[in-house]
Design a binder for this molecule. Structure first.
Ligand code: HEM
Length: 193
């Protein structure tokens, strides 16, 4: 049986996903020793990649095509709730724009990486709540939104991907999957730097 587009995404990104979970700035989210400063540093680093990525994506459509929404604003709100001034958030280092994203399939591939993260978000949110005792309003907004069951979880992202690629040429899916793998790899490198 041939794989559905969403199964193909999942299979191709399994290994990069496994690697991202080992990066200290991500792994620390699950640690009982996590403190607010380390959590804030991880959010700040994520914003540094997500901001230029979302600007690039906006040139090729809207992440709502796979049921998503821009997530940079949620990170900014969390950082502010955790005590960062807006000018310091603006001054955080930003990654180079992902210039390999040059069409809508590649934009969808990159958006999948950040929307599919709904898969792990409920578990991460539970851990963060236990260790940090924050609420969505006081700093957990990014993960709470990803984990929100009313958004349909990762299965709804998979269904949107399958709809989006239905009837499109195979090359579009291949480009999108390459873009997802590349997005995982850039995130990995960025979180290590
Ligand atoms: C501590 C870090 C992380 C943990 C523990 C984690 C855990 C998980 C888990 C448990 C799933 C569900 C797998 C399933 O439904 O079978 C998942 C899915 C997913 N996660 Fe993560 N994750 C982490 C970080 C990330 C990051 C940083 C990203 C990208 C921004 C990401 C992107 C994804 C994607 C795209 C999927 C969906 C895979 C699919 O198509 O089913 N994850 N994650």
């Amino acid at each position: 049986m041939t794989r559905s587009p969403s199964e193909a995404f999942r299979a191709a990104t399994r290994e990069p996903h496994r690697r991202i979970e080992t990066v200290p700035a991500m792994r620390c989210l699950l640690s009982s020793g996590l403190d607010r400063d380390a959590y804030r540093a991880t959010l700040a680093r994520l914003l540094g990649l997500l901001d230029p990525l979302e600007t690039q994506l906006a040139g090729f459509g809207d992440v709502s095509a796979i049921g998503g929404r821009p997530r940079g604003p949620l990170l900014r709100r969390d950082l502010a709730a955790l005590g960062m001034a807006n000018r310091d958030i603006d001054a955080l280092p930003r990654a180079a724009p992902p210039d390999w994203i040059t069409d809508a399939p590649m934009a969808i591939g990159a958006a999948y990486v950040f929307e599919g993260a709904r898969g792990g978000a409920p578990m991460i949110l539970d851990r963060l709540f236990e260790t940090l005792r924050l609420t969505p309003e006081t700093g957990l907004g990014y993960f709470a939104d990803l984990a929100d069951p009313s958004r349909g979880g990762v299965s709804s992202v998979r269904a949107s991907l399958d709809d989006w690629f239905a009837g499109r040429p195979d090359g579009d899916l291949a480009d999108a999957i390459d873009s997802a793998v590349r997005t995982f790899e850039s995130l990995h490198q960025w979180m290590l730097d």
